[in-house]
Design a binder for this molecule. Sequence first.
Ligand code: GLN
Length: 352
Amino acid sequence: MNAWIALPASLVLAAVAWTTTAAPQDGGAVSGGLGYIDSGPTEPDIDAVLRDAHARYEGLKDGANADYIPVLDEVDSELFAIALVTVDGRVHLVGDGEARFSIQSISKVFTMAQVMAQSGPDVIFDGVGVDATGQPFNSVVAIEEYQGREMNPLVNAGAITATGLVQGDDADAIFASIRANLSKYAGRELTLDEAVCESELATNQHNRAIALLMHSYGLIDEHHERAVEVYTKQCSLSVDTRDLAVMAATFANGGKNPVTGEVVLSPDLSSKVLAVMATAGLYDDAGKWLYHSGLPAKSGVGGGILAVAPGRFGIAAFSPRLDAAGNSVRAQKAIIDIVEALDANPYRVHPR
Ligand code: GLN
């Protein structure tokens, strides 16, 4: 399956070089590589697919920047980048790859994974829940319906609860451990976007109310204020689109970062994280997303989305304008098209 994705870059490049020149420079070096040119997309095809999707949606202006966090409304709405990282660590990038933005809710995935790794998956399964709420990501109605139960770690109530479950003596220690964990997935030290953090800490009354409500139902302990503070900081970590694609590729590769080679999570926990992403990664639009893409994914109100093609690649896109559910309009469309073009929907099986 997908033999093309496992090929060393040098071999692919050699084969491509042969196709674009009149005759091979070194017949011996390429003779074994010719067969797979016809057997699936080669590396340049991925670049072309990314370029096509970028060009197709560059002119799309639907949606609007998030503005309930004031500083997010000031981000250039035209920014648009797409990155794909294969499970053998090859990176493809188009568009505004240098643009940095706050990770926002995408961070929830990694904190859920961290709690599972530290305390066992049942702490999430039993203590937070893994079902979709069918409500917006910061819904209080969803909390009230089941007195704080039946949530999931990808909506605010469950995410703040999960952040409160990360081990550490004080807010600084807990945040340092969360930042270190996310950095391992990205393969570089992620830093805080101070402006976003300040803006969000000044306007996060709704999230503080959610945490207090969860505390009232006994699901977050007395450190509920601390849980929101750390949660807000984790949402303010600064990433670029390539970072998100590497982070997604780590899940695609069973918890081993394909760029750094570091094992960050077990394959078993990785599969559990992906299940929750498939269920609730795009909030109450998670079903629509899965219907179109077939991939577990997670969005953030900063405009980023990452998606995981298990065993194949991680993909991410960034564009700040969001739809009504809080998901980037261009990022969703671009990723769906790319998944289609690369035949990466795991539910689509070609009958034998
Ligand atoms: N920090 C944001 C919040 O809690 C994250 C929301 C999101 O990305 N959906 O409101």
